[in-house]
Ligand binder design. Structure first.
Ligand SMILES: NC(=O)c1ccc[n+]([C@@H]2O[C@H](COP(=O)([O-])OP(=O)(O)OC[C@H]3O[C@@H](n4cnc5c(N)ncnc54)[C@H](O)[C@@H]3O)[C@@H](O)[C@H]2O)c1
Length: 385
């Protein structure tokens, strides 16, 4: 039985606790930790958890019956707690974003390698049926090369969202919607078609006054071979109509799944191509569904990897690669230049201190609350079942 400690008993901890319960034959939550232990006590009672509650996570790490640490803390806490847990011989699943800098990611990866323990970075939207199938369709080559990619990572949050103490600050949240929301679509795009070689981006804060960080960014990506991509990250989009669209040589394919193919008339203008659509749809339909979705899918894979039955899909290197693309968007937008990937270790985008020195403070954060009374959150939209 895999013993688990959850660090950070706020909004996303609910999802982690529910998911661990789904796999109750294989794992059990034994410890909770929060700066506000009374939150953890209330949470334990609400979820019927038989746990010990801690204020300092370091006290948990000497317990032999804890094998996996689930980190649901604000981004600024991810690196230190992950490294300490790995050094104490625990496996770790850490919420997105992996960390606040590439330097921190590298220390986390090194700690996992040294300890011989697993480090999993949450990217639960890979565990959606349309996402898994779309990746397989692209990999099959049936649709041809990807020419143009669009990620519309469109979210909506009211002004009060940034009143929570750690949000809306470069130091604690590490960034705005590009890092903390679009990370999902950026991860999906990169997972499906790889990392671009060049990034040119613009960002701003259009409508969240209690925040230093951006609530809008648009990035143009240039991939090896000449294809282009556009990522829009937004917190000002009513309806949150999120999508990931690939225009390939033979068709338009996307999450949510939608397929359209064109053939040229003699003069080059388009006509429908039902035969190609049938071919690609048949492949899509033939691909297997996945048994568990979202966080459940990712945790099932992690538990199976700990049990020695599966490869870990989303490890530290995957989390780092996604963060590198986000850091490229930040550096490009802040310096108003096109940046090239990958970054070297002496690049200003590599360390948190040097990257943050480049960032504009869009507004001064003036209001701060310790906790909201309401813990309900919505996760990604349109990723599909
Ligand atoms: N995967 C997803 O879709 C998803 C969704 C929401 C949040 N998240 C991520 O989960 C993480 C937490 O977000 P949240 O919305 O649950 O935040 P939250 O503020 O609701 O919860 C964080 C908790 O950590 C506690 N905490 C902070 N610093 C601490 C410390 N040093 N020691 C112990 N406890 C500490 C806080 O008191 C709080 O209860 C963030 O990285 C966020 O980006 C992921």
């Amino acid at each position: 039985m895999i013993g688990i400690a959850i660090l950070g008993i706020g909004s996303i901890a609910e999802t982690h606790a529910r998911v661990f319960k789904t796999f109750s034959g294989r794992c059990v939550v034994r410890a909770l930790c929060d700066l506000y232990p009374e939150k953890a006590e209330k949470f334990a009672a609400l979820h019927g958890l038989d746990v010990a509650v801690y204020k300092d996570y370091r006290e948990i790490l000497c317990r032999d019956d804890i094998n996996l640490v689930s980190i649901c803390l604000p981004p600024s806490e991810h690196a230190e707690t992950t490294i300490a847990a790995l050094e104490a011989g625990k496996h770790v699943i850490v919420e997105k974003p992996m960390a606040a800098s590439l330097a921190q990611c590298d220390l986390m990866i090194e700690a996992a390698d040294k300890a011989g323990k697993l480090l999993s970075v949450v990217a639960q939207n890979r565990y959606s049926i349309p996402a898994m199938k779309l990746k397989r369709v692209i990999e099959s080559g049936l649709a041809g090369r990807v020419l143009h990619a669009t990620a519309n990572s469109l979210w909506w949050r009211g002004q009060s969202y940034y009143d929570l103490w750690w949000r809306g600050t470069w130091a604690k949240e590490g960034g705005g919607c590009t890092l903390n929301h679009a990370v999902h679509h950026i991860d999906l795009m990169r997972w499906m078609i790889g990392t671009p070689e060049e990034v040119t981006a613009v960002f701003s804060n259009a409508n969240h006054e209690n925040s230093e960080v951006e609530d809008l960014s648009v990035a143009i990506l240039k991939f090896p071979g000449g294809s282009l991509g556009v990522i829009t990250a937004s917190l000002v989009s009513h309806g949150e109509e999120q999508e990931l669209v690939f225009q390939t040589e033979r068709a338009r394919i996307s999450v949510p799944w939608k397929l359209k193919a064109s053939l040229p008339l003699e003069n080059g203008f388009p006509q429908d191509d039902p035969a190609t659509e049938r071919e690609i749809q048949d492949l899509y339909d033939s691909l297997p569904a996945i048994p568990y979705l979202g966080h459940e899918g990712q945790v099932d894979n992690l538990l199976s990897a700990i049990e020695g039955r599966e490869q870990l899909l989303i490890d530290g290197r995957e989390g780092r690669a996604t963060l590198e693309l986000i850091m490229a968007i930040y550096k490009s937008a802040a310096t108003r230049t096109t940046v090239r990937l990958p970054f070297s270790r002496d690049d200003s985008a590599y360390r948190k201190e040097t990257l943050l020195a480049l960032m504009p403070r869009f507004h001064e954060k003036k209001k701060s609350v310790e906790n909201f009374s309401e813990n309900t959150i919505t996760l990604g939209r349109n990723v599909g079942k």
